[in-house]
Structure formats: structure tokens, C-alpha cells
Design a protein around this ligand. Structure first.
Ligand code: ATP
Ligand code: MG
Length: 576
């Protein structure tokens, strides 16, 4: 490709609305442009990176025995009504009507469509196992689209669906996808962890997320410092050990805490640690229940654990008027003493005595509070967020370390949730009809490219890993008006193309400084600079974007060297 005839609109300035590095750089390097909130066009340079990502996914899915298909974006409501998700999915599901007033949605995921295909095409166990995948555009009307491709409303996803007769077979299909995912992210050269995850709205019995480690990640991860256990904080199990039976030594005392709003304020005011406070959150569930939830003052509630514990669709912090009705006080002063609603407490509370709680009145707290004597709890459970330093639930003595991560892939074992709801059955060897056991497996293609940039950049721009780079080699022609330079660069460019190397020839009539700046910004892994001075000695300059290492190479040798370096950078051994 010739730069002079390409569309690569680089920007000097960082767009104001781009918060994270990958979004900033993808905009600045002319990869993407925003069309509407969470909706982007891929410009040619960005599309090449996306296609690379898709191809890696495709090859690894194929290697794992999955088969490619393509389903439509527009899904008829009937299929979603059958699974029950037409009502359940919530506002992320973009619903619309066609000209005949029939209801449709834009597919945010495709369990319904694939299950419909399989129930109509597969009827015997002999056709199993099957794993079908597609690489396709999804639409989710995200409440907070942000970070460019990282959290879009329209985005490209690879989604695969496996079908087995037996549970054991489904486990096998799951394991194959787990390995395929490791291959994909290893092949991209990403630092990632696979972690145990909550299976969320999609349902199912177990699931893993693949997290690219990055400070800007929206997800918290914990991993054990001495065993293999790693989990999303949403899911991370906590062990509470044998909590010492608390002994009450203080009397229940009402204390005035004028204008002390936060936990920190109150702790300071009363000269106790935040861990000696118990905070009370009033929550509302999808079943219209209002509950009080107790946590140690320095802990955070894990809404997902609470939602799972209560077995409801969602739990939210209660609105101010609901809090007022339940506690008699405005939000921020709730406490369990004298409260009429059901109280659920984090298990840790069981081991506490003589603590401080809200007094259900403005600027009032109770101190010397004790369980049973002063209030009762209807259930103790693990409902708090894990943090670094918590003990590992799987090994002896291990402690959690914590990380930020970007979820790039998610695999679920679904079981028979969809096949039962949609009557997708096959006949087994005895001629008995049985629901298919399913799994589903997603990767965000655009999000993974963005995550790769989060992990690979410096102050000058992107440092694209070779497997994802839109071009492998950039040939910079320093002065296109110099015939010798032009001829040498053109010849090298042609040589590279003949060798099957993806090359971009910077033949623009621009100053070297501009060319070098753009080169650093767009992050092509290898750059060859053809300039008059070096050419006199028969040399060109070869520079690696990643470490800046620069070597002088003979013009006649450079193509072969580049070929070798590209091949080395793409070499990959599956299965690690
Ligand atoms: P998140 O928790 O980030 O919203 P999710 O759990 O909703 O993700 P899945 O339904 O498992 O995501 O989708 C599979 C993959 O699709 C994710 O691992 C992610 O890589 C990608 N993905 C999901 N939502 C988006 C989005 N809004 N923009 C870009 N990629 C996305
Ligand atoms: Mg989501």
C-alpha cells in the first residue's frame, strides 16, 4: 500500500472525549472514527487490524474443530420470546418493528438463533458433537458506551455454540474452547489471565473470562499468590474461617454524630477504625423486596453475589424514598437496630462485637452494638467484594493479589437452559429424545485489538504486536524527489510484496520529521528508512518499533532479513 494514496488520517491532538490510551491512539492513528455514541467506523488501517484479529480467531476455532457460519443481525421476537429473554434481557436489547409491525431485535448474542437452526437440522446423537461459530456484528444498547471499541454499542464478536448429547461431552467441548482461547490470546502476544467468572444473564453452571491485564481495565481480578486460583472479583469466593464468637462488653449507646457523613468521618469522629463500623445498605430487588444488607465499614458490597444469593434478576440500591420509608431517615443513616425489614449480613459480621451502626435518624449512630442482643440477622453469607490480601479459598496459606483486567473473552457452559426452553432435542442411541447440552463462547474482536494497544504503546504511539499489525513493515522513503532514493524504496517495496510481506510505503512528499512521527504513532512493528546518505554506502536503516533498536543493513539483504524477522514474530506453538 502506498501511503500517498491510502486513507490514514493521523491526528496530532488527542480527542477530548477519548479517556483511555487505546481509544486515543486508535483515533489518532486513523483507525476508527465515531459515528454516534458507541458506534464507530473502521477506517482502512483499523479494519486491517480487526481482520487480523478475526483471522487468528478463525484459525484457532477451526483448529479446535468448530465450524464457521453467519447469522443475521435482525432477530425476530418470536425466538426471543421462546427463550424468555424478550422480556428478561432489559434495555440493552434494541427492539424495533418492521413495516408490518412485527417485533424484531438486533442480536446482542445468538443463542436463540443458533438453537433454532440446530433443532431444525440435527435430530440424531450421531451428528454430535457440533460447535458452530460466527464472526459478526452485535448490537447492545449499553447504558454507558465508552472507551472507543472497548465498550461500544455496535461491535464485532466471535460467538461459538457447542452442542453435545451428554454433560461429559459438553465439558469436553468447553475444555477445547478454553484451550482455543488460550491459543488466540497467546498468539496475539497478550499478557492475560483466565479467571473464574459469574455466568450472569446468559445463565449456565460454569464459566471463565479471559482478561487482558491493564490498568484501564473495567474488571477487578484476584489471583492466588501460591496456587492457580484466579477469579473475577464479582465471583471470587471468600473463606471466613472460624470466626471467634464475639463477646459483648459494651452497652448499646446512642451517640450524636453531627454532620458526620461518610464511614471515614464517623470512624474518625468516634475514634474507632472503619473496620469497627458496620454499614447498612438498603436494597431493592426485582421481586420488589426491600432488604437491609450489612457489611463491615471498610468492605464493599458485591452486588452479583447478593443477586445470586437472593436468586433474583437484579438488586439495586434503594431509591431515597424507599430508604426513608424503610428506616424513617434519609439515605446514609440506616442501621439494623429497630429495623423492621429483613436483614442479610456478610458472614464476617458474625465475628464482630461492640460495633458502630447507623441510628435511623439524621446525625445519630449507635455504638456498643452486638448481634442477637440488639438486632437479629436472617442470613449470613459471602456477599462482599474480595480484595488483595484475602485468603485463597483453594489452598492453604495463599493470599489474593489483585489486578485490573479487560474482559476480552468469555466462555460459558450453558447446560440445557436454551435447548429445554426451545425444545432442541435429539434422539440418543436408545431412540430416546434428549435436550442438547450447550456451551457458548464469545470474544470481542475490536475490544481485543483495543486491549492489545492498552498493553503495547509508549508516549509516541502504538507498538503493535506483529500478529495484529495492519502492516508488518513500513518503508519510509526519505526524499521522494531524489531519484535514487525513490528507485531504491520502490524496488524494496516491490520485493517485499513479492515475498508476501505486508508493506506500507511512505512515499508522501512530507518532511522526515512528520514521517517519523506518524511512523511511531501508527506503530508498524518494523521500519526501513531509505535515505540518500545511507544509500551511498548501499545501506538502509532497519528499526524495530518495540525496542527502538536500529541496525544498518545492506539494501540487497534487507528484504530477506525482514522476511525472517516477520516469520519469527509470527511463530506460534499452540497448546500452552
Ligand atoms: P461486559 O461485562 O464487558 O459487558 P459481557 O459479559 O456482557 O461483557 P459477553 O456477553 O460475555 O460480554 O460477550 C462476549 C465478549 O464480547 C466479551 O468478552 C467482550 O470481549 C465482548 N463485548 C461484550 N460487550 C462489548 C461491548 N459493549 N463492546 C465491545 N465488546 C464487547
Ligand atoms: Mg455486557
Amino acid at each position: 500500500m502506498r501511503y500517498s494514496q491510502y486513507l490514514l488520517p493521523t491526528l496530532k491532538e488527542t480527542p477530548a472525549d477519548a479517556e483511555v490510551v487505546s481509544h486515543q491512539l486508535m483515533m489518532r492513528a486513523g483507525m476508527i472514527r465515531k459515528v454516534a455514541a458507541g458506534i464507530y467506523s473502521y477506517l482502512p488501517y483499523g479494519l486491517r487490524a480487526l481482520r487480523k484479529m478475526e483471522q487468528i480467531i478463525r484459525e484457532e476455532m477451526d483448529r479446535a474443530g468448530a465450524i464457521e457460519c453467519l447469522m443475521p443481525m435482525a432477530n425476530p421476537a418470536e425466538l426471543w420470546q421462546e427463550s424468555g429473554r424478550w422480556e428478561k434481557y432489559g434495555k440493552e436489547l434494541l427492539r424495533f418493528k418492521d413495516r408490518k409491525s412485527a417485533d424484531f431485535c438486533m442480536g446482542p448474542t445468538h443463542e436463540e438463533v443458533i438453537t433454532d437452526i440446530i433443532r431444525n437440522t440435527v435430530n440424531s446423537y450421531k451428528q454430535l458433537p457440533l460447535n458452530l461459530y460466527q464472526i459478526q456484528t452485535k448490537f447492545r444498547d449499553e447504558i454507558r458506551p465508552r472507551f472507543g471499541l472497548m465498550r461500544g454499542r455496535e461491535f464485532v464478536m466471535k460467538d461459538a455454540y457447542s452442542f453435545d448429547l451428554e454433560d461429559a461431552g459438553a465439558d469436553d467441548s468447553y475444555r477445547k474452547m478454553y484451550q482455543a482461547y488460550r491459543n488466540i490470546f497467546n498468539r496475539c502476544g497478550l499478557k492475560f489471565r483466565s479467571v473464574e467468572a459469574d455466568s450472569g444473564a446468559i445463565g449456565g453452571n460454569f464459566s471463565h473470562e479471559f482478561m487482558v491485564l491493564a490498568e484501564s481495565g473495567e474488571d477487578g481480578i484476584v489471583s492466588c499468590d501460591s496456587c492457580e486460583y484466579a477469579a473475577n472479583v464479582e465471583k471470587a469466593e471468600l473463606i471466613y474461617g472460624d470466626l471467634a464468637t464475639p463477646v459483648a462488653t459494651q452497652d448499646l449507646t446512642k451517640v450524636d454524630t453531627p454532620a458526620q457523613k461518610t464511614i471515614e468521618d464517623v470512624a474518625k469522629f468516634l475514634k474507632v477504625e472503619a473496620s469497627q463500623l458496620v454499614k447498612t445498605l438498603i436494597v431493592q430487588t426485582s421481586d420488589d423486596e426491600v432488604l437491609a444488607v450489612l457489611l463491615r465499614g471498610d468492605r464493599e458490597l458485591n452486588m452479583i453475589k447478593l443477586t445470586n444469593l437472593l436468586d433474583v434478576d437484579w438488586v439495586l440500591l434503594a431509591e431515597d424514598d424507599v430508604v426513608k420509608e424503610a428506616t424513617g431517615a434519609p439515605t446514609g443513616f440506616a442501621g439494623p437496630v429497630g429495623l423492621k425489614i429483613k436483614v442479610i449480613a456478610d458472614a464476617e459480621i458474625k465475628g464482630m462485637a461492640d460495633f458502630v451502626v447507623g441510628g435511623n435518624a439524621v446525625d445519630v449512630h449507635y455504638s456498643g452494638v452486638n448481634l442477637e442482643r440488639d438486632f437479629t440477622v436472617s442470613q449470613f453469607a459471602d456477599i462482599r467484594q474480595a480484595v488483595a490480601g484475602d485468603p485463597c479459598p483453594r489452598c492453604d496459606g495463599g493470599k489474593f493479589e489483585s489486578w485490573r483486567g479487560i474482559e476480552v473473552g468469555h466462555i460459558f457452559k450453558l447446560g440445557t437452559k436454551y435447548s429445554e426452553a426451545m425444545n432442541a432435542t435429539v434422539l440418543d442411541a436408545e431412540g430416546k429424545s434428549r435436550p442438547l447440552v450447550m456451551g457458548c463462547y464469545g470474544i470481542g474482536a475490536g475490544r481485543t485489538v483495543a486491549a492489545a494497544i492498552e498493553q503495547n504503546h509508549d508516549e509516541y504511539g502504538m507498538i503493535l504486536p506483529m500478529p495484529l499489525a495492519p502492516f508488518q513493515v513500513l518503508v519510509t522513503m526519505l526524499n521522494p524527489k531524489d531519484d535514487q532514493v525513490r528507485d531504491a524504496a520502490e524496488k524494496l517495496y516491490q520485493q517485499l510484496l513479492d515475498l508476501g510481506i505486508e508493506a506500507l510505503l511512505d512515499d508522501r512528499d512530507e518532511r522526515p520529521g512528520i514521517k517519523f512521527k506518524d511512523a511511531d504513532l501508527i506503530g508498524i512493528p518494523l521500519r526501513v528508512t531509505v535515505g540518500a546518505r545511507n544509500l551511498k554506502e548501499g545501506n538502509v536503516e532497519l528499526k524495530a518499533r518495540a525496542d527502538g533498536e536500529t541496525v544498518m543493513v545492506g539494501l540487497d539483504d534487507v528484504a530477506a532479513q525482514l522476511q525472517q524477522r516477520v516469520a519469527d514474530a509470527l511463530a506460534f506453538e499452540p497448546g500452552n
